[in-house]
Design a protein around this ligand. Structure first.
Ligand code: AR6
Length: 173
């Protein structure tokens, strides 16, 4: 069993979270965008973008489902883990596995870097159009499975909208 206290649901803005790492729902260019990505880059400042540029120069674009880590600039968090969620295109293009990869690879990076608290947004459920209910079920299951098998990391699901908040609450109960 995952200890219930290891996962918490929060309604709010992820840029305000004082945790070891917040996760960014980025795109494969890592050059910023709208939604939570835009909010993180605006609040965190230029340092995050500069580190993303170095990563892209080294490895090329970040593939869907993968994750990379940067410092967090002016944010209260210490690091930003940038992951690229799948664009929803009907569900038969491997979207569920790719979304699960985002959560697994982000948590793996957190553990590798010795981080103890990670806040996730509801990856892919905005501009990328993933149905919220299905995305929430994958997020909760993937994170719960990871926590059962790995080091004690505290995970916060930070829900920006009421619909996601309600979905996560009911999944956790
Ligand atoms: N804090 C927490 N969650 C937020 C915040 C915030 N400040 N702002 C929005 N959300 P989205 P995606 C929620 O569109 O669907 C960007 O342009 C939002 O309500 O940010 O993965 C990237 O560059 C939604 O539930 O990300 C990519 O091109 C969730 O964050 C593309 O959007 C994800 O919505 C990625 O699309």
């Amino acid at each position: 069993m995952t200890r219930a206290s290891q996962i918490q649901i929060i309604r709010g803005d992820i840029t305000k979270q004082k945790v070891d790492a917040i996760v960014n729902a980025a795109n494969s260019s890592l050059m910023g965008g709208g939604g939570v990505d835009g909010a993180i880059h605006r609040a965190g400042g230029q340092a995050i973008l500069e580190e993303c540029k170095i990563i892209i120069a080294k490895q090329g674009n970040c593939p869907t489902g993968e994750a990379v880590i940067t410092t967090a600039g002016n944010l209260p968090a210490k690091f930003v883990i940038h992951t690229v969620g799948p664009v929803w295109s009907g569900g038969n293009s491997g979207e569920p596995a790719k979304l699960a990869n985002c959560y697994n690879n982000s948590l793996r990076l957190a553990v590798e870097n010795g981080l103890q608290s990670v806040a996730f947004p509801n990856i892919s459920t905005g501009i990328y159009g993933y149905p919220k209910k299905e995305a929430a079920a994958i997020a909760v299951k993937t994170v719960s499975d990871f926590l059962r098998a790995n080091a004690p990391v505290k995970v916060y699901f930070v829900c920006f909208d009421e619909e996601n908040f309600q979905l996560y609450q009911s999944l956790m109960n």
